[in-house]
Ligand binder design. Structure first.
Ligand SMILES: Nc1ncnc2c1ncn2[C@@H]1O[C@H](COP(=O)(O)OP(=O)(O)OP(=O)(O)O)[C@@H](O)[C@H]1O
Ligand SMILES: [Mg+2]
Length: 480
């Protein structure tokens, strides 16, 4: 049953009270009336209202004072001032003190109803948002800073609680922006190692030599420029946790060395002869399928099975749409606090847009959308659909094209890679070759894009035209 709004009319003129009551009841509102300020305040103390129509000139009190009293009783209750012609100054002053709106007697019915509709809508929004906020604070929709009330996320939380205390290696699999790093940190915090180091290894983008000297350290003179001995990340993580972000990016040679550390819990510094023993918990994350990489000989099978002891798969945001309101509320508070804008709310229309979108960039993308809206909302408290970027909507363009499989079949990986290439090339073109911008357009991380560009050997269009005849041949067979 839809909520029936209840309105309190405070006015000393009986004829006005009756006229307003008749008008509002005919529109389906519940109405209570009061002839004096005191009567009105008593009524407000007794029961819940959704809006108040308050006469500015009451026999016992000045309407502005009453407004102050009402706001002390219920800060969010919308109060609409009703004023006789000629006392508009007072009404303007009242809106400065937080009255929702005002209108002058004699009033137009349409105007009264329109203002009231907005007021009640605002009331409902404030209520819903407060409920969301209170429930979020109460903690049943979060776990150690990770927001989620869906069954899928509850399973994740439960899994963390159970698996965290052991030293077993954990593999976290999930699309970009699903919270892999947050989850890795939660594993650490819920283990007996929580007071020791949590070291993150950003596996991509480093040449193998540098990655290895980072991981294992080196002795003095191990290579030109190794003037001092250096501890590696494994040593720094001793007794704590080491987190390999995007482990799929680790080169095959380094994978072999990593395997040894996982098996033996010991290693040597680069150029060194002494074995160093460490006690570390290893957590790895990936947004690509390591199994597929393994089948393509890009990831070592033995390492895969070593890592895959305990695997946790983080659901994409579109698989748990019911978490969107909680996450949106969480980010509204986070960025609202940062920019000193308390009490921000999403309008239902804005929320509809968020709920209709498929979120390829998952929680990170949602976080960015909310941060942007908070920045752009100036001093508005209500964030409407105009502050949500256009591309965030149910988008038929991203629906999969009709697929026809020919009799001879297709080479699945190659077709997919072909598609990926074309989108990457199109994004690079749209971004004038700037990878960071292209990554934003695709809602993936710049490092992920860079990795794909390297993997698929995608070159800027200019260079192809300029010569290097062989580069034009780099098209992947079957991709077109
Ligand atoms: N469930 C969640 N609750 C609150 N914040 C979240 C949640 N999931 C992700 N985030 C936030 O979204 C952003 C991305 O999360 P994180 O870096 O952990 O994702 P990721 O899976 O490691 O992504 P990538 O593969 O792109 O590295 C971070 O700012 C993180 O705080
Ligand atoms: Mg990450």
């Amino acid at each position: 049953m839809p909520h029936i709004a209840t309105v309190l009319v405070i006015d000393d003129e009986e004829i006005i009270r009756e006229a307003l009551e008749a008008l509002l009841v005919a529109e389906g509102y519940r109405v209570a009336t009061a002839a004096t300020a005191q009567e009105g305040l008593d009524a407000l103390g007794d029961r819940d209202f959704d809006a108040v129509l308050l006469d500015l000139m009451l026999p016992d009190r000045n309407g502005i004072e009453v407004l102050g009293d009402i706001r002390r009783l219920d800060e969010e209750l919308p109060v609409i001032m009703v004023t006789a012609f000629g006392t508009i100054d007072g009404a303007v002053a009242a809106t400065k003190q937080g009255a929702f709106h005002y209108f002058t007697k004699p009033f137009k019915n349409d105007e009264v109803l329109a203002v009231l509709r907005n007021a009640v809508e605002r009331r409902r929004l404030v209520r819903e948002n407060r409920e969301l906020r209170d429930r979020l604070r109460a903690g049943s929709h979060r776990f150690d800073g990770i927001i989620g009330g869906s069954g899928k996320m509850k399973t994740v939380f439960d899994f963390i609680t159970r698996a965290a205390p052991s030293r077993a290696t954990i593999l976290i699999q999930g699309e970009s922006g699903t919270g892999k790093e947050l989850v890795a940190r939660a594993f650490h915090r819920h283990s007996a190692r929580s007071d020791k180091a949590f070291i993150t290894v950003n596996s991509g983008n480093l040449p193998p030599d540098l990655l290895e000297s980072n991981l294992f350290g080196h002795v003095k003179g191990a290579f030109t420029g190794a003037v001092y001995p250096k501890k590696g990340l494994f040593e720094l993580a001793d007794k704590g946790t080491i987190f390999f972000d995007e482990i799929g990016n680790i080169p095959l040679d380094t994978q072999a060395k990593l395997l040894r550390v996982i098996q033996e819990r010991e290693f040597m510094r680069l150029g060194g002869v002494d074995t160093i023993k460490v006690d570390v918990r290893i957590i790895a994350a990936t947004n690509v399928s390591l199994r597929e990489m393994m089948e393509q000989d890009r990831f070592r099978e033995d390492l895969f099975y070593r890592l895959n002891v305990i695997m946790i798969e983080l659901p994409s945001l579109r698989e748990r749409m019911e978490d969107i309101p909680w996450l949106a509320q969480h980010f509204l508070e986070k960025y609202g606090e940062e920019s000193r804008k308390p009490g921000l709310m999403l309008t239902p229309a804005a929320m509809d847009r968020l709920m209709a979108y498929h979120w390829p960039g998952n929680v990170r993308e949602l976080e960015n959308v909310i941060e942007r809206a908070v920045v752009l909302c100036a001093d508005r408290r209500e964030i409407g659909p105009d502050l949500i970027p256009d591309h965030v909507s149910a988008n038929p363009v991203t629906a999969a094209p009709d697929v026809v499989i020919p009799a001879e079949g297709i080479h699945f990986r190659e077709v997919i890679i072909g598609h990926e290439r074309r989108y990457i090339e199109a994004a690079l073109e749209a971004a004038a070759g700037i990878q960071k911008k292209a990554a934003e357009l695709l809602h993936i991380k710049a490092t992920t894009l860079n990795e794909m560009i390297k993997r698929y050997d995608i070159r800027p269009k200019r260079r192809r035209v300029a010569g290097e005849p062989d580069t034009a041949e780099v098209e992947i067979a079957g991709g077109e």
